[in-house]
Design a binder for this molecule. Sequence first.
Ligand code: AMP
Length: 951
Amino acid sequence: MGFTSNLCLWITFCLHLCCFINTGKAQNAKEVILLDSKAQQTEMEWISSPPSGWEEISGLDENYTPIRTYQVCQVMEPNQNNWLRTNWIEKGDAQRIFVELKFTLRDCNSLPGVVGTCKETFNLYYQETDSEVGRNIRENQYVKIDTIAADESFTQGDLGERKMKLNTEVRIIGPLSRRGFYLAFQDVGACIALVSVKVYYKKCWSIIENLATFPDTVTGSEFSSLVEVEGMCVSDAEEEADNSPKMHCSAEGEWLVPIGKCICKAGFHQKGDACEPCGRGFYKSSSQDLQCSRCPAHSYNDREGSWRCDCEDGYYRALSDPPSVACTRPPSAPQNLVYNINQTTVSLEWSPPADTGGRNDVTYRIMCRRCSWEPEECVPCGGNVGYSPQQAGLVDTYVSVVDLLAHANYTFEVEAVNGVSDLSRTQRLFAAVSVATSQAAPSQVSEVIKERVQQRSIQLSWQEPELPNGVITEYEIKYYEKEQKDRIYSTVKSRSTSATVNNLKPSTAYVFQIRAFTAAGYGTFGPRVEVTTKEEASGTSLVMHTHTHAHTHTHRDIQTYTDIHTYTHKDRAVHQFAKELDASCIKIERVIGAGEFGEVCSGRLKLPGKRDTSVAIKTLKVGYSEKQRRDFLCEASIMGQFDHPNVVHLEGVVTRGKPVMIVIEYMENGSLDAFLRKHDGQFTVIQLVGMLRGIAAGMRYLSDMGYVHRDLAARNILVNSNLVCKVSDFGLSRVIDDDPEAVYTTTGGKIPVRWTAMEAIQYRKFTSASDVWSYGIVMWEVMSYGERPYWDMSNQDVIKAIEEGYRLPAPMDCPPGLHQLMLDCWQKERADRPKFDQIVGILDKMIRNPNTLKTPVGTCTRPISPLLDQSTPDFAAFRSVGEWLDAIKMERYRDNFTAAGYSSLESVARMSIEDVMSLGITLVGHQKKIMSSIQTMRAQMLHLHGTGIQV
Ligand code: AMP
């Protein structure tokens, strides 16, 4: 019995010192408790068998809270088999049950006289049943869970006193299939105090994650299993498309791996874990939007939870307008409608409406009505009338209505419309004019055919004009000799649609124009047709350029260049003038250069049904801005308007796809300046003049089209394999951005100073006449094989020198006639400069008479023109070689001249190029500059001597 009192002591001791009984800890949120012995303060009444074995004892924990415990300590007797069975535990949803035992166990060594009978373990069992069974314990119905040993038993303290250790052991049972179970503890002769028994299972507790609710979920039966759980969207939320919310409940009762989500429906926005309606005056049009937005201009709503706002009265949303844009209204009427009648064509022009209705898709449509004179009754014009560019969807503020009846009354209404015009029920607003067409003369005779071309006669035939506007009684054929300066016309009349013109000169180009006559008078002359009579049988006269391009020439007077600045929609301009190519027709082969907007490549273009051709492909580099794209394509919109053998030809553009490309005919020899430098001195003068003739012809065409190039320079001329030169480099901003030669001037803007006429530098007066000046510089570049104009003079010095009348001297070996033409191009008064048409004529004459191009080296036969006097230094004014060198900015060579004994201007004037080189002047540009000044000096001296003036 001594042991019993001992036992009581240590257990009480235990219960009072049990700082290790962790009652203060909050219940683990993931656990669902099925049994907790500590929570029970009344008797537990578990079944103990035999009754002398396990004993129920009350105690206090460290908080003096009463607890119930069971103990057994039959260590003295052998063959102990004491069972303790819990009450029936209903398992609920659980599949895996956790059993946590807290107990103390005495070590047998600390008990005297128990060797052989004392044990230090006990066994844990369970029995599954669907309901409570009787109070008898049938041992064989129990399944053993484990033998439980103590991790720690009593230990010896420093001072020899015994300290008790509380053991905690957890065992897991499952999966369970019955509704409930019993636990049983078998003691086989140990000294145990079962301080607490806790039975629980784990659960993932309901949560809201990503706006989805996940219900309470019991963990899986296996330790490693995750239970997949579908979430339910909270109210006013919906599953994101193809992304329904899911989570996984782990065996530990933790939510893991969230997938997918819910989002607040249109009209609702997220606040915490819920969706709240948008407030009044706000909307959210789609679940994809995060926030509610304030109603856009001219719209409202007075409900909460709106997905859109309604338009105010008189305002509308087009079908394609998203709910985020302001409501808009139809535009007001166009303003300032004016018209112009030209026989049976009425041109209308107007200004945009004062109010665009808040939209930027305003277009215009025309309503045409023909009215009887008396009483005024009008009917729609019908399909015989034409509209240029079109009747509706007009972007620009003008239209021509053609093919109207002569001598009739019309009214035209011009209406501005936008994307909401057709939704509006308000009255149409338009500007209107009434117009009476005049009695109209016949339209142009445009299709002229050369029937027979002889040495002295030409037979032509033509089609009746499209709009005779009456009975044609006669045709008038007007013609003149093309090269004849004063253009004396002759006329021939014909009653039919053909005529033979006689008494012409052989090998001569004639220009013909034809017009028709009716009771209303003469129509206008059709386009010019150029025909060259046949050579005389023995004739040798040379027609330099064939007329295979007669078509181009005939149209030169009627076509004009359209300034694409006038287009609000530059993309439309591109497609009006440039063909959209399919990218699959283009094969890029290699990179040949760098342009302002990206690489320039060469490659091949194969259009369906056509032979493949070599092309250059300009690409727009990736990451471009919208403006860069526009500027890039602008060049194509301009180039696409031109069709001339001396203007680079546009094949088309690729705008629907990437990269954006401009496809141009391939010019094998690249840009002219580099080409000439590479072939310095290798061409005959005739070949050089041939190139110049080509450039002039291209420029004549461009100026006839009304296009001012502004950056004509050898670097902007391309050369093909046949040495044909073509004008290139078009674009609105190219002078500003692209040309490395362009510099800022005091008048603002960047200008390629060395190539630009005075008035263009001084006050930005760019005209075809300033292009002529640039052409003169190109002539100089060509004749000097790509020398830099004004050599290494600074831009400032160039401007000063030009203003003071200085002009570039003739390049070495340049025929005087060509230098004279350059000087003419550099006339101060732009009206005094030749026109491109004249330049082409002069060059053609030179080519026909190659003798005029001969320059015996050193004997310049150039006449001294007044122009030359103004624009070159007057050698009579120089008193010394030093002064002269100063004037031509070559003073650095003064010592070279002195050392070699050239002390007078006369001795200098006799120098040859070899003499100049022997002075040690090695720079070719300087040699040329000095030599050309010497040539001019020599010519002036000749002239002065000739007029008796002493130098
Ligand atoms: P650009 O952007 O027009 O100044 O072109 C840049 C360079 O690409 C030029 O200097 C030429 O060397 C080359 N290039 C441009 N267009 C063509 C073309 N049509 N054929 C051959 N080379 C070209």
